[in-house]
Design a protein around this ligand. Structure first.
Ligand code: SF4
Length: 273
């Protein structure tokens, strides 16, 4: 029986399909369980602290101490979080987890001064219809410059990509720019990835032509997804990501059988896709 396509596309789904159609099938179509990892939980913790910094502290009061206090509050809440508890960290591992998160939040202040920033949205959900696909994304932050222009901000807690991969990493954030243009009627003047680990900023200025290209590519990805669902044909694409792929045992490129993945890993309750 053909697969049912997802109800919407997000920048991460677009890049997941481009990276490997088979891995996309497992996560976005079959929605197989996605166990929490130290990296995903730490990323959520740091994002929460930075969100709260902007939500709870007006301009002029967004100090490193305020961010550290928000991180401490988020850390306290995290202790009851099922994803965090599933990591089952030892006391030493938990200390190191927290110290890493504190360093990432401290590094943020090396990239920008939040007191100089006017956000128009934090954790802002935008949704637009492109052709017959619903494109949906959550922006970490949308800023307004003193000239009234928009800047899209995305926090990253993993390693910054090598220069060869910078453009592909910016493709996701360019889709956020496209969403802004579709929903707000304005093309952001800049999109920025704030890599907190190094720390470093990767930025690009979306052009009208570039966003037109993003629109065309997104519609092409959607057509390819619909085709793959109809034909039940999601091909593996081997590459560096295979090393971290949790579906490797079910991947034909490594001698596995994809049809066994759902029965082995279990299917979660189906919610909004
Ligand atoms: S192991 Fe590699 S090719 Fe296979 S599903 Fe995972 S990412 Fe795709």
């Amino acid at each position: 029986m053909p697969f049912e396509p997802p109800r919407s596309l997000s920048p991460s789904k677009v890049s997941s399909f481009r990276d490997c159609a088979l891995a996309f099938r497992f996560t976005a179509i079959e929605r197989l369980p996605d166990p929490a990892t130290v990296w995903t939980v730490k990323g959520t913790l740091v994002h929460t602290a930075l969100e709260q910094l902007f939500w709870n502290h007006p301009q002029g009061t967004r100090s490193p101490a305020a961010a550290a206090a928000e991180l401490a509050a988020a850390w306290s809440d995290l202790q009851d979080d099922p994803d965090y508890r599933s990591l089952d960290l030892t006391s030493d591992e938990a200390d190191s987890f927290r110290a890493d998160a504190e360093q990432l939040v401290a590094n943020y202040f090396l990239l920008e001064d939040p007191d100089e920033i006017t956000p128009v949205g934090v954790e802002l959900t935008l949704e637009a219809r492109l052709g017959d696909v619903r494109l949906r994304g959550i922006l970490d932050r949308l800023d307004r410059t003193p000239d009234g222009e928009l800047i899209v901000i995305d926090y990253k807690t993993g390693r910054a990509p090598s220069p060869a991969y910078e453009q592909s990493k910016l493709a996701g954030v360019q889709l956020y720019a496209l969403l802004c243009q579709e929903v707000l009627g304005r093309r952001p003047v800049q999109v920025k990835l704030l890599h907190l680990k190094e720390p470093t900023v990767i930025a690009a200025e979306p052009s009208e032509q570039g966003l037109k290209g993003q629109r065309t590519k997104t519609l092409a990805v959607w057509s390819a997804i619909e085709r793959a669902c109809r034909d039940e044909d999601f091909r593996p694409k081997t590459g560096p990501l295979c090393r971290f792929c949790r579906f490797r045992d079910f991947c034909p490129a490594y001698g596995g059988d994809p049809s066994l993945a759902a029965a082995t890993l279990g299917t979660p309750e189906r919610g909004a896709a």
